[in-house]
Design a protein around this ligand. Structure first.
Ligand code: NI
Length: 429
């Protein structure tokens, strides 16, 4: 299957910089096969006219809990403990088999519509996220959320068993769009003894780690009181960082924490809206960038954001650090867009996130005939400061068109909205 995107303005990555050029892009099966002046083949199965379109790498949502899209706007303007224990968990307890399939698909509809082609998910429902990814055509790294108090914690071992079974059942499905990690939830829900079981299992499975770290001041204080060290130092001591690790939040750090993250090649998954909404503050993203720590961008769940639109998050990332640090050069448009694309790919360990030959063909075509993208003075600036995701017209994942002309091609959006609302009514009746 060979597809040509003809004569399109494209955001390319050259010599570690973004470069905006008119070109032809050829997709062969699931990969970008050619980018240049002249088409590489004589015949194509599909030709897409690039007139008035902007090709960008598909965005990568590096931290979310897609099944929680069901809880959007259900727990707003309340303190964290009220949010979790009195609002979210009682609803979660009422979920039955099949519910999270529909709510995950609702999240996927929103992500595809706003130009996201891959996401790193932390979830608690075996099978259903994998099924939703398989059916929708999106790319994902799914990671089973794990909690446990001891090395042989009964519930913890059951969850690890489910994660292993998911891996066996689904590793070969979805044409290679699906990969796996283990997700020890956080230092305050996983003891060091349980973490060593998780680490051994991940190593045996040959997969990496996805976790939450140093999200709130109270988390850091509690871990310090219990272990006389920061959550990041504690995770290093357990050996967690000997595996490829993507750590969400990393908001409250001391000097030694930066050195640990850097030394161990940990990717930070920053979630500006979620951190602001839950009153947790601003992650030290300018310092991560200065120290060469990889930064990826996530929305967190729709229960704490309340949107999975990564354009909104790029906008947040490029603005909030300027305000918080009184520094107009803090986190540039390029740095924010990089975090939402190539930085995300690095954190997820996937061969995507940039328009380059040999990368997976995860490509978004945006409509340049929208007022907010004109005049086209600085395209990368417009992606960070002006775009809102409504400009997305075509979405290609793994070489296949999954959204075209405003229509999702692989999934029935109307039914997904109907089913999700039906579930919401049932769990709240
Ligand atoms: Ni999270």
């Amino acid at each position: 299957m060979i597809t040509l995107i003809k004569n399109v303005l494209a955001v390319l990555r050259k010599d570690d910089r973004f470069s905006v050029e008119k070109c032809n892009i050829v997709i062969k099966d699931d990969l970008i096969d050619y980018i240049g002046d002249a088409p590489a083949y004589e015949k194509y199965d599909t030709v897409i006219d690039g007139k008035n379109r902007l090709a960008i790498p598909g965005l990568i949502n590096a931290h979310t809990h897609s099944y929680m899209t069901l809880f959007r706007n259900s727990a707003d303007d309340v303190p964290f403990n009220e949010w979790l224990f009195n609002r979210i968990l009682p609803m979660e307890d009422k979920l039955i088999a099949g519910d999270s399939y529909w709510s995950t698909l609702l999240g996927i509809c929103e992500m595809l519509r706003s130009g996201t082609t891959a996401f790193l998910d932390m979830y608690i429902f075996p099978y259903e996220t994998a099924r939703a990814v398989n059916d929708s055509g999106i790319r994902a790294v799914i990671s089973r959320g794990l909690v446990g108090e001891t090395a042989d914690d009964e519930g913890g071992l059951r969850r690890i068993g489910e994660a292993k079974q998911d891996f066996i059942n689904y590793k070969d499905c979805a044409e290679g769009r699906l990969t796996f990690r283990l997700a020890p939830h956080a230092p305050y829900t996983c003891s060091p003894a349980f973490l060593s079981t998780v680490i051994d299992t991940a190593r045996e499975m040959g997969i990496g780690i996805h976790t939450h770290l140093s999200e709130s001041i109270s988390e850091v204080e509690n871990i310090r009181n219990q272990y006389s060290m920061t959550p990041i130092a504690l995770m290093e001591k357990t050996g967690l960082f000997t595996l490829p690790t993507a750590a969400a939040h990393c908001v409250h750090l001391d000097d030694e924490d930066f050195a640990i993250l850097k030394e161990n090649g940990v990717s930070v998954l920053t979630n500006p809206a979620s951190n602001m909404k839950l009153g947790n503050g601003f992650a030290p993203v300018p310092r991560f960038l200065k120290e060469g720590i990889n930064v990826a961008l996530g929305t967190d769940s729709a229960a704490s954001n309340n949107s999975l639109n990564l354009f909104r998050e790029i906008n947040n990332l490029s603005l909030i650090h300027k305000g918080a640090n009184s520094d107009a050069v803090s986190v540039s448009a390029s740095e924010a867009f990089y975090a939402a694309t190539a930085g995300g790919a690095k954190a997820l360990g996937i061969n995507a996130g940039e328009l380059s030959i040999g990368k997976k063909a995860d490509i978004v075509l945006m409509d340049m005939m929208t007022p907010q993208l004109n005049p086209p003075t600085d395209i990368v600036s417009s992606l960070a400061y002006s775009a809102n995701g409504s400009e997305v017209r075509t979405v290609i994942v793994n070489g296949k068109i999954v959204l075209d002309g405003g229509e999702l091609k692989t999934i029935d959006e109307e039914r997904i909205i109907f089913e999700t609302n039906r579930i919401f009514d049932r769990i709240n009746s």
